[in-house]
Design a protein around this ligand. Structure first.
Ligand code: MTE
Length: 320
C-alpha cells in the first residue's frame, strides 16, 4: 500500500514488491509520455494547499452517539484531500480531484446470499432505515497515519437484521462499485477491482461497525466513499470499504482485495495491533494527520474494551 509521507517511509518499503514494480513500470512510461504524476506526496504539502473540496448535502436529524471518541476532530479539508480510494488514483490527493464527477445517485445496494429476505435497497431507503447518528471515530491506516472524523450513519446491524441472515451466514462479503469509464486511473493502481472486503458475522453485527452515509453532518464526499461505505474503527483503514454496491452473506470466508494482492502482508482480520508489525514496517506508532510528533498506536485502535472479546482464544499473531 502507498504511504503518504515520503520523509517517513519510502514508497518502495510499504508497497508489496510486485505492485511497486508494476507502478514503476507505469511511472516511467507516464514520464516518457510527459505526464505529470503525483505519487507519495508528503502530508505537509497536501495540507498546506488543499483543493477546496465541494461540500455535500446537509443531512437532517442527526443524533449524537454515545459510541463517539472524545478526541480532537481533523478539519474537513484535510480529511477530504488525503484519501485512499485506488479506483481514483493512488496518490493521496487524487481521489479528491478524480472522483469529482463520480455518479453516486441513483444508487442501489444488492443484499444477497444466506438470508431469508434478499433485497435491492436504494440509497433513499438506506438513508431512512434507522436514525442517523454522528459517530466520532478514529480511522488508523496500515500506512501508520490516523484521522479522527465525525462520521454519520448507523450500525450495520440495522440493515443486517432486516434481511434475516440464515444460520449458514458466517461471513459478510462487501463489494465496491466499479466502472473503468468513471474510474480510468484504476488501470494503474496495481490491485484487482472491484475492491472487495469481508467481516466475520459477529464483527459485522458489532454496534461499532458503522454503515456510513456521511461525515461532518453532510452526505459523504465522493472521495470518502459516497454514497455508502462501512467504517470499522478497530481495524486498519483498508477494511472500511467505500461506495458499496453489494453485500453478500455466506458460509465461507470471502477474499479481500489486499489479501489477494499480498496475502503474506494483509490478513483477513487486520485488527489494529501495535504488537504485530507489518512484515516490512512497524505498527507500534502512528502520525495523526496534521500533527508532527508520532503517537503510540493502541491495541484495536483504542476500542479493545468493546471488541477484544470477539477474538478471545485467538492467536492474533497468526490471525493478523
Ligand atoms: N475502498 C475502496 N473501494 N477502494 C480503496 O482503495 N482504500 C481503503 C479504504 N476503503 C479503499 C477503500 C483504505 S487503504 C483506507 S485507509 C480507507 O479507505 C481510507 O478512507 P478515507 O479516504 O475516507 O480516509
Amino acid at each position: 500500500m502507498l504511504i503518504g509521507n515520503r520523509k517517513d517511509i519510502p514508497y518502495s518499503e510499504v508497497t508489496p514488491k510486485n505492485l511497486y514494480l508494476n507502478r514503476r513500470k507505469f511511472l516511467s512510461s507516464a514520464a516518457a509520455a510527459g505526464t505529470a504524476f503525483l505519487a507519495g506526496q508528503p502530508i505537509t504539502d497536501l495540507l498546506a494547499s488543499p483543493a477546496q473540496a465541494g461540500r455535500g448535502k446537509k443531512l437532517e436529524g442527526i443524533k449524537k452517539s454515545s459510541l463517539s471518541a472524545n478526541e480532537k476532530i481533523n478539519p474537513f479539508d484535510d480529511v477530504t484531500n488525503y484519501n485512499n480510494f485506488y479506483e481514483f488514483g493512488t496518490a493521496k490527493d487524487e481521489p479528491a480531484k478524480y472522483a469529482k464527477n463520480f455518479k453516486t445517485y441513483p444508487w442501489t445496494v444488492k443484499v444477497e446470499g444466506e438470508v431469508n429476505k434478499p433485497e435491492l435497497f436504494d440509497i433513499d431507503t438506506i438513508l431512512k432505515m434507522a436514525p442517523l447518528e454522528e459517530r466520532i471515530y478514529r480511522l488508523r491506516c496500515v500506512e501508520a497515519w490516523s484521522v479522527v472524523i465525525p462520521w454519520v450513519g448507523f450500525s450495520l446491524s440495522e440493515l443486517i437484521r432486516r434481511v434475516e441472515p440464515t444460520s449458514k451466514a458466517k461471513f459478510v462479503a462487501f463489494e465496491t462499485f466499479f466502472d473503468m469509464k468513471q474510474m480510468p486511473r484504476a488501470r494503474f493502481a496495481g490491485i484487482p477491482f472491484p475492491y472487495v472486503e469481508g467481516l466475520r458475522m459477529d464483527e459485522a453485527m458489532h454496534p461499532l461497525t458503522l454503515l456510513c452515509v456521511g461525515m461532518y453532518g453532510e452526505a459523504l464526499p465522493n472521495q470518502d466513499g459516497a454514497p455508502v461505505r462501512i467504517v470499522v474503527p478497530w481495524k486498519y483503514g483498508f477494511k472500511s470499504i467505500k461506495s458499496i454496491v453489494k453485500i453478500r452473506f455466506q458460509e465461507k470466508q470471502p477474499p479481500t482485495t489486499w489479501g489477494l494482492s499480498a496475502p503474506n502482508e494483509y490478513g483477513f482480520y487486520s485488527n489494529v495491533n501495535p504488537n504485530v508489525d507489518h512484515p516490512r514496517w512497524s505498527q507500534a506508532t502512528e502520525r495523526r494527520l496534521g500533527e508532527f510528533f508520532k503517537r503510540k498506536t493502541l491495541p484495536f485502535n483504542g476500542y479493545a474494551d468493546q471488541v477484544a472479546q470477539l477474538y478471545s482464544g485467538m492467536d492474533l499473531k497468526k490471525y493478523y
